[in-house]
Design a protein around this ligand. Structure first.
Ligand SMILES: Nc1ncnc2c1ncn2[C@@H]1O[C@H](COP(=O)(O)OP(=O)(O)OP(=O)(O)O)[C@@H](O)[C@H]1O
Ligand SMILES: [Mg+2]
Length: 468
């Protein structure tokens, strides 16, 4: 955060100051009072379960200079009409005060966090980088991330999420990106949007927000993303498998844990890359990060080396652990939508296949995919069918957790050649019980569901069971 007096903050937010106008905020802006620290600013947000205003005093006691509030509190505060708007105004002020910081926005239906984490590990080679932790990508997380920037910041690598039209345009006004990466248009939140074309319209707001001297980095393999070239004033750079893409991958192979290696092809030449991340879906994510870093001035050797050393920074996304007893657990419990479940099932199939000689089999523990709207039932059936079709690679069991996931079994039954076991269980505990009698060393278990299903507990129990 750049140092700002309370008087200045009140002025920027159009708020009313209750406190010492000369007191200066030098620390982080937070919405979780437990994270409030010396010199910081606490933004009070009313959540479903608790109201941040009740914690303003605790935040100040922990060292925060003041609280940003919408109703009076008994500690120094800036009273505003709307806290997210105030954070947005503050963040925009900070961005405008830091012209040396180059701003990138990354959006898409799947892979934003994975790509953001890869891209940040590349830009860190060029200079001080601010990137959000995890998926800090909405009207709260986005400005809070931007507010962490200071005079030393050279790169802001931001994740932009949308649940409807106008959301990305709004985030782009808070921190106007010069570089925009669009990964894909898929079914995540498609129910809320009304369909894939609406998703494309919303994600494309990033392309529209880019300036003439900016760069739109678009996935050449996704026609809805590529079409965004017509919606931007910026120069277009493409990535993907398509031979016409400027940044491409060839010779893709997966090792026995599903980690991809490939030849990175750029206009400047080619270089071998071996990712530490799991799943073939991380290849396009890596290409997007490479295309961005290339535009920012990182040379091919730096890009290739950076991709080879980059680690997964955010939890529960394709974490692969081999237990002491030989069972492999794929913890992808962070979130789920039809595209990401398919790529996770591909990874499961690959891992099980590579242990086939030892008798390894695959088990998929899948919870529901949320927010699909009217297509929910059909989408779950399709996923069940897809899971059964990759049976050739040894899917021994499909365990659907919870009522909404149960239609997966109907889908799996459409594949008569599949001989695996299909079961619907009410909750994670039942899934664990069922697996306990079945898992043998060399087996591979995938755990995946939407956030709302909270299957990370199942994954943790599986990972911990036999000790690491
Ligand atoms: N390029 C991709 N295509 C399809 N699926 C992907 C891709 N990248 C990641 N995934 C899948 O999506 C899951 C979530 O990845 P990630 O957290 O990077 O996405 P996100 O877009 O940030 O999601 P969110 O909208 O929840 O923030 C991963 O665990 C993986 O299964
Ligand atoms: Mg994310």
């Amino acid at each position: 955060m750049i140092p700002l007096s309370l008087a200045r903050i009140a002025q920027i937010c159009g708020g009313e100051l209750h406190g010492d106008p000369a007191a200066v905020v030098t620390g982080e802006v937070v919405i979780d009072s437990r994270r409030a620290g010396p010199g910081g600013l606490f933004a009070a947000v009313a959540g479903e379960r608790s109201d941040g205003h009740d914690f303003a005093a605790a935040a100040v006691a922990a060292g925060a200079v003041a609280a940003l509030v919408t109703r009076p509190v008994p500690v120094p505060s800036v009273l505003v009409a709307d806290v997210p708007r105030a954070l947005a105004a503050l963040a925009r002020f900070v961005v405008d005060a830091l012209p040396a910081a180059r701003i990138t926005g990354i959006t898409g239906s799947s892979g934003k966090t994975s790509t953001k984490d890869l891209a940040a590990q590349l830009t860190e080679r060029l200079g001080p980088t601010i990137a959000p932790a995890g998926s800090y990508n909405n009207e709260f997380g986005h400005p809070l991330t931007v507010l962490r920037a200071d005079a030393s910041t050279r790169y802001l690598v931001l994740e932009l999420s949308a649940r409807g039209a106008g959301h990305i345009a709004y985030l782009c006004r808070i921190a106007p990106p010069r570089y925009g990466v669009v990964l894909n248009v898929g079914h995540a939140h498609a129910g809320e949007f009304g369909g894939l074309d609406q998703v494309a319209r919303a994600k494309g707001e990033l392309a529209e927000a880019l300036p003439r001297d900016g760069v739109a980095i678009l996935n050449a393999d996704d026609p809805r993303v590529l079409a965004m070239a017509a919606r931007t004033a910026a120069r277009v750079v493409t990535f993907g498998y398509d031979p016409a893409a400027q940044v491409r991958a060839a010779d893709i192979r997966l090792d026995e844990l599903g980690r991809p290696s490939f030849t990175l092809l750029t206009p400047e030449g080619s270089a071998p890359v071996a990712l530490r991340l799991h799943g073939a879906h991380n290849v396009p994510n890596a290409l997007a990060a490479a295309a961005l870093a290339r535009e920012l001035g990182l040379g091919l050797p730096g890009i290739a080396d950076g991709l080879c050393t980059a680690v997964a920074r955010s939890r529960w996304r394709m974490e692969v652990r081999r237990r002491a007893d030989g069972v492999t657990v794929i913890n992808d419990a962070y979130n789920a939508n039809p595209e990401s479940v398919r790529v996770a099932l591909d990874a499961l199939a690959h891992l099980a296949q590579s242990r086939l000689a030892e008798g390894g089999r695959g088990f998929a523990v899948l919870g529901h995919m949320a927010e699909l709207g009217g297509t929910s039932r059909a989408s779950h059936e399709e996923i069940g069918e897809y899971a059964a079709r990759v049976a050739d690679s040894g899917l021994a069991g499909l365990i659907a957790v919870g009522e909404e996931a149960a239609p997966m079994l109907d889908g799996a039954r459409r594949v008569p050649s599949w001989t695996g076991e299909a079961a619907a269980v009410p909750d994670g505990a039942a899934a664990l019980e069922l697996l306990a009698n079945r898992l043998k060393p060399s087996d591979v278990v995938l755990v995946k569901a939407s956030r709302a299903a909270h299957l990370e507990g199942v994954a943790a129990a599986l990972e911990g069971e036999a000790g690491q």
